[in-house]
Write a protein that binds this ligand. Structure first.
Ligand code: CTP
Ligand code: CA
Length: 226
């Protein structure tokens, strides 16, 4: 299909996508984060537009232009992202969790810049963040919920386990041990699992991979809701 001829598999459907990293503040000038670029999430947003969906992107801090014709909600921390998602989730038909959410945050944020001391070490105590995709999937009347899994080994085992534990309809697994794909790379390759099947999306640009993944999601979504 050319860009214009893509069947509008998701015409009029509401999709929310989380994208990018989160930043967990330590003090007013410091934070803990990760190398997520947001490119995969933003590519998914454009692919969802191509298929005719109304798209909301809840994005952590990224160095990307706003996705065109999408509702963009900018957030910083995992708690902010959780709240922004939950505030609008009841309108959504499909939820795709592409963000690299920090699993933990500093237990408290110092009000003033932390000063260097005479000690050669410093300890930052961390506490667990809420699991956003699991919270969405646990809602009554939850949207069709798709997660990502970044794994370095035993990809199928860990991905299927995550899908089950979080009660997801589908999961897209990234083998982050392969160089040149996934985190902060231009290209990506995915293995996508759902309860009754799986398929591979070969290494390609994140734009191409996003269109293929959205077509798979649309097919499963339409099969599940019919
Ligand atoms: N996720 C989320 N909220 C979190 C952590 C993860 O919504 N607090 C989502 C991610 O967006 C992704 C999925 O959960 O869709 C899996 O993320 P991943 O980091 O691979 O899994 P975790 O459950 O955090 O397990 P681990 O990091 O130990 O592999
Ligand atoms: Ca994690």
């Amino acid at each position: 299909f050319s860009e214009q001829e893509k069947p509008q598999l998701l015409a009029g459907k509401n999709i929310m996508i989380t994208a990018g990293p989160t930043r967990e503040a330590i003090d007013p000038v410091r934070y803990i984060s990760n190398h997520s670029s947001g490119k995969m999430g933003y590519a998914l947003a454009q692919a969802a537009r191509l298929l005719g969906a109304n798209v909301t992107v809840v994005s952590g801090p990224v160095a990307l232009a706003a996705p065109t014709s999408c509702h963009l909600v900018k957030v910083t921390s995992a708690l902010d992202m959780h709240d922004a998602v939950m505030a609008d989730i009841h309108q959504q038909d499909i939820f795709i969790a592409c963000a690299a959410v920090a699993d933990y945050r500093p237990e408290s944020i110092a009000e003033q810049k932390i000063k260097k001391t005479n000690s050669d070490e410093m300890v930052v105590r961390m506490i667990k963040n809420p699991d956003i995709v699991a919270s969405v999937a646990a809602l009554e009347n939850s949207p069709f919920t798709v997660g990502f899994a970044a794994e370095t080994q035993d990809v199928e085992h860990y991905a299927r386990d995550k899908m089950q534990r979080k009660n997801l309809a589908m999961i897209a697994a990234n083998d982050v041990a392969q160089s040149g794909q996934g985190f902060n790379a231009e290209d990506n390759a995915l293995t996508v699992f759902w309860p009754q099947g799986s398929t591979q999306i070969a290494l390609a640009s994140k734009q191409d991979v996003a269109v293929q993944l959205l077509q798979l999601i649309a097919t499963q979504f339409n099969a599940n809701t019919r």
